[in-house]
Design a protein around this ligand. Structure first.
Ligand code: PLP
Length: 420
């Protein structure tokens, strides 16, 4: 690995970013005969050799089913899986590994809270609060449930193109009585970094539980769930250098203990008769069926890797590169850029009045530049911004200024071509 230090608080100068980049074989790929510039990291990140090897090693030496076996391979698989849980707990600053439930990703983690905690606790006359910048994953599960249970959903508005949460509106909503506030840490379209600690402190003071959607933060900024003060935190492994299909729900022990199962099946019971079942303790109560053991092995390796680079270093690198791109892209004639101008996550969304973002991204792809276009699963936010889609460049620590310069040149050419 390209690190001259393993100090997680180290200053960014101590990281050899060029060597870090070489840990990612896919970045050597060509697409359409051009060098790949991968700026679609908010959708999914690339994987370093450390993660590829960990998954390969698991399947090559230890593959078996967990928990139920007495034989050696099953014991190996179980300890890999349970050690991965402990690794996630440490990564997120949870008090105990029992507070970590493995899921498929942020979407499933939010659905778990909705269908377990929500089903048990919400009904007519109750209100929950979301924000206008939520990903569909943090809107649709609640809408489905509210149609069945009759509770109300209220939304914290987003202010202008800068895309900050209206904190005065949040105060008013909290004062009016809300059971749960479920909100994103970092917006996947705007790049806004919401003040999670302040929001969770306000919510706790108002007697409101908090769920933080960390899909865009878990792999990008230091996260400590106790310091944040949230009740639930969710993240997706695949956006943090781990394989797809493995994700995390952190829940405070007292909440998980009181929550009913989400799905029924093997692993989540202690005893089953023809009439009824007795359920296992958390986290197993929420993990029905054979879990993604290989994914958990890859996730543990990814978290080791991120911590070796240092999450403060990653955050500093992300911010520096994103502000550089923001400055560069601002020179593109007619561009409208969304999101905060200073402190922000590594996501840059933009559009042009006279060029459709799908056209822009299709032509950019032909030149090797991977961007994303569309509503980014943020249709209500798009409506709020008055656009139907944006183009989005999203960066990670293996991207560099040279790629931003090349992307700028490509976008300039594509814009001129599409305007002819
Ligand atoms: C803010 C946010 N929340 C939730 C999700 C859903 O994550 P996943 O598809 O990994 O479940 C995403 C994915 O882009 C996201 O950006």
């Amino acid at each position: 690995m390209g690190l001259s230090t393993v100090d997680t608080k180290a200053h960014s100068t101590s990281v050899d970013w060029g060597a870090v980049r070489r840990d990612f074989p896919i970045l050597e790929e060509e697409v359409h005969g051009k060098p790949l510039i991968y700026f679609d990291n908010a959708a999914t990140s690339q994987k370093p050799v450390h993660v590829l090897r960990a998954v390969d090693q698991y399947y090559s030496t230890s593959n078996a089913n967990v928990h139920r076996g007495i034989h050696e391979l099953s014991n190996r698989a179980t300890s890999i899986y349970e050690n991965a849980r402990a690794r996630v707990a440490k990564f997120l600053g949870a008090s105990a590994r029992e507070e970590i439930v493995f899921t498929r990703g942020s979407t499933e983690s939010i659905n778990l809270v909705a269908y377990s905690w929500g089903w048990q606790n919400l009904g007519k006359g109750d209100r929950i609060c979301l924000t206008e910048m939520e990903h569909h994953s943090n809107i649709v599960p609640w809408q489905i449930l509210s149609q069945r249970l009759g509770f109300e959903i209220v939304y914290v508005p987003v202010t202008g193109d800068e895309g900050l949460l209206d904190m005065e509106a949040l105060d008013r909503i909290l004062a009016s009585g809300v059971r749960l506030l479920s909100f994103t840490h970092i917006s996947n379209t705007l790049g806004t970094i919401n003040p999670v600690r302040e929001i969770c402190r306000k919510a706790a003071a108002a007697g409101t539980l908090t769920l933080v959607d960390g899909a865009q933060s878990g792999g990008h900024v230091p996260v400590d769930v106790i310091d944040i003060g949230c009740d639930f935190y969710v993240m997706s492994g695949h956006k943090a250098c781990a394989p797809t299909g493995i994700g995390v729900l952190y829940g405070k022990k007292q909440h998980l203990d009181s929550m009913p199962p989400f799905q029924g099946g093997g692993e989540m019971i202690t005893r089953v008769t023809l009439e009824k079942a007795e359920f296992n303790v958390p986290p197993h109560r929420f993990e029905a069926g054979t879990p993604n053991i290989g994914g958990a092995a890859g996730l543990a390796a990814a978290l080791d890797y991120l911590d070796q680079i240092g999450r403060a270093n990653i955050a500093a690198h992300d911010l520096e590169l994103t502000l550089y791109a923001l400055e560069q892209f601002s020179d593109l004639p007619g561009i409208r850029i969304f999101g905060p101008r200073e402190t922000r996550g590594s996501v840059l969304s933009f559009c042009f009045d006279d060029i459709h973002s799908h056209d822009l991204v299709t032509f950019a792809d032909a030149k090797g530049l991977a961007l994303r276009s569309g509503h980014h699963c943020n249709q209500p936010l798009m409506e709020r911004l008055g656009v139907s889609s944006t183009a989005r460049a999203s960066f990670y620590f293996y991207n560099n200024r040279g790629e931003v310069d090349a992307a700028f040149a490509i976008l300039k050419k594509v814009c001129s071509f599409l305007r002819q």
